[in-house]
Design a protein around this ligand. Sequence first.
Ligand code: ADP
Length: 266
Amino acid sequence: MIDSEQYRVTREPYYRPVGDEVRLFEAAYAARMPVMLKGPTGCGKTRFVEYMAFKLGRPLITVACNEDMSASDLVGRFLLDANGTRWQDGPLTTAARIGAICYLDEVVEARQDTTVVIHPLTDHRRTLPLDKKGELVSAHPDFQLVISYNPGYQNLLKDLKPSTKQRFGALDFSYPDGAVETEVVAHESGVDVETAAKLVEIAQRARNLKGHGLDEGISTRLLVYAGQLIAKGVEPRAACRMTLVRPLTDDPDMRDTLDAAVATFF
Ligand code: ADP
């Protein structure tokens, strides 16, 4: 027997709703509809799933997808041990058996032949064939599949197939508006609201540079990092350089531009 308690979210994660995403997700879960969370990195998608799993009282199994991941990494494989061969379920199989929410983070990173294994779980069949084992797993009635997807990274070689995309309802995530993001940064990092508001303003300026030399804007996650350093006594300019500027770009001109934006506020 699998102990589903180990996947339980035991403490309520802090999540600040931005729109009606909580209500929409609840309705999607009630229909056991697979859901895609779309948005840039560090804008709250993972935190949202953790919060929803807690709110719905479901265990949560998260898989960070990467290009080396094979279908067996999701579904399971035979292992050799002293007594011969033993089957070990992968995380997707475990989630389907115990009725967890399975969150495949950055699913576009996985190869397309890996992604197709989720297809039979996302339609009326709600099954997962374990070909190597010769077993057809019927998903637990409470099982739900959630994936995240960063539209910014998509290119022709690396995108979800339309046949995969069209199996999900989708919720758009983006950086929250200034007041909400300030609240999040203050809560998560421990800085006062005034400092958090300055950090958010720096990010808002930098986000305007996206596509003009920056691939991605400063994420909420990076703002939280900046706040955490400031809360630990680091001088704000140094904290911002380390967390808001250096991670984003190696281009000297762009660094100067961002450093100047920081200097306007601190
Ligand atoms: P993603 O999964 O989109 O890459 P995360 O969910 O890991 O991003 O969010 C990064 C961090 O930003 C979280 O750890 C949390 O501190 C903060 N965060 C972003 N949005 C919110 C929100 N709406 N409520 C609470 N925390 C948030």
